[in-house]
Ligand binder design. Structure first.
Ligand code: SF4
Ligand code: SF4
Ligand code: SF4
Ligand code: FES
Length: 348
């Protein structure tokens, strides 16, 4: 496809057809402050931080909603652009808690980054505070209304990516807030706890419980739960998983995860995790070796088959096993045990 050339502050930049000014500029390594833009979502134009001057266009269009055209001349660093962005940012932080040091998103926060870029460290405006109490009803994440900048990324990702629409913007103006239908707590709504909204929130308004620790290293791996095989990036600290993100570069899931993958990996370091087979002896489960366990299973299979026939045996294999393993397992149940009862768990 033919590339489009345009300039930003005199620098020539190349865009792909259909790209917005913001997308092409960010791809070229030039930062334009933005908060409601999200590469996975339709352009929204809500935060108005990405305003620019474009030769021949009236006013200050938003870079995220304006498509690049050949020869376009964009200016991002003029005094007027800077002044408008700065006032917008001052309005945003006027009711935002000044508690970055204790915020779970500290150092990873898009609002912090944009404010620092614009040189806004406090608002000249009278400070105010939103009165809504946190929604702590979900077992995995919390919504802190005080840190919400109403960019609607959570609303849009739930609707556009998950196809669910569990949350929306309620009320208008200064009273606006994000809410499930009828103002219910999120736990009483149709929310499936996938955490996609948490992942896409640019501030600490949505945060995962107990995730304040920064990882020491990251490891790419495949989710252990179902046959979809989503790729994930695990944040590791002292041999424990402290953060789970979907891998944006992996075509199978493009960064998305479901509730099991995103929030269900705490078993990995659980004290209760089974590491050896258990055999029931005198009503008690006791640890055994693999040889003991396999010998017991083989002898019980033989006993059952002799007494009740092969049809009394059923096999349930796993969607996470390889094709070869599943082939061997069904062969074992059908040809070895002599049973037609073979199935697999599609989602576990
Ligand atoms: S959301 Fe960002 S700006 Fe707000 S307190 Fe947290 S780190 Fe600071
Ligand atoms: S957790 Fe998932 S389903 Fe629930 S509101 Fe967020 S995006 Fe929607
Ligand atoms: S909760 Fe986060 S993603 Fe949702 S509107 Fe507020 S700041 Fe934006
Ligand atoms: S990023 Fe363009 S208006 Fe928010």
């Amino acid at each position: 496809m033919e590339e489009i050339k345009f300039t930003i502050d005199g620098q020539e930049v190349t865009a792909k057809p259909g790209q917005s000014v913001l997308e092409a500029t960010l791809a070229a390594g030039i930062y334009i402050p933005n908060l409601c833009y999200d590469p996975k979502l339709e352009p929204y134009g809500g935060c108005r931080l990405c305003v620019v001057e474009i030769e021949g266009m009236r006013g200050l269009p938003t870079a995220c909603t304006t498509k690049v055209t050949p020869g376009m001349k964009v200016r991002s660093e003029t005094p007027e652009v800077h002044q408008v962005r700065k006032i917008t940012m001052e309005l945003l932080v006027a009711d935002h808690p000044l508690e970055c040091l204790t915020c779970s998103l500290n150092q990873r926060c898009d609002l912090q980054k944009a404010a620092a870029f614009l040189g806004v460290d406090q608002s000249r405006l009278r400070r105010s505070e939103r009165a809504l109490a946190n929604d702590e009803s979900n077992p995995f994440f919390v919504r802190d209304f005080k840190k919400c900048i109403l960019c609607a990324r959570c609303v849009r990702v739930c609707s556009e990516v998950r196809g669910l629409g569990a949350i929306d913007m309620a009320k208008r103006g200064y009273e606006a807030f994000i809410s499930p239908f009828a103002g219910l707590p999120i736990a009483d709504s149709i929310c499936e706890s996938c955490g996609e909204c948490v992942d896409h929130c640019p501030t600490g308004a949505l945060y995962v419980r107990g995730e304040a620790i920064l990882p020491g290293k990251e490891v790419k791996t495949i989710c252990p739960y179902c046959g979809v095989g989503c790729q994930m990036v695990l944040g590791i600290r002292q041999n424990r998983i402290v953060k789970v993100l979907g891998d944006l570069t992996y075509p199978v899931n493009s960064g998305s995860l479901c509730v099991k993958g995103r929030f269900g990996l705490d078993f990995a370091s659980s004290e209760d995790r089974l590491k050896t087979p258990l055999i029931k002896k005198n009503g008690q489960l006791v640890e055994a070796t693999w040889d003991e366990a396999l010998d017991l299973v083989a002898s019980r299979f033989k006993e059952i088959k002799k007494k009740h026939g092969g049809q009394a045996i059923a096999g349930l294999c796993s969607a996470k096993a390889t094709n070869e393993e599943n082939y061997l397992f069904q062969k074992f149940i059908r040809a070895g045990a002599g049973s037609p009862h073979i199935d697999h768990c599609a989602r576990l």
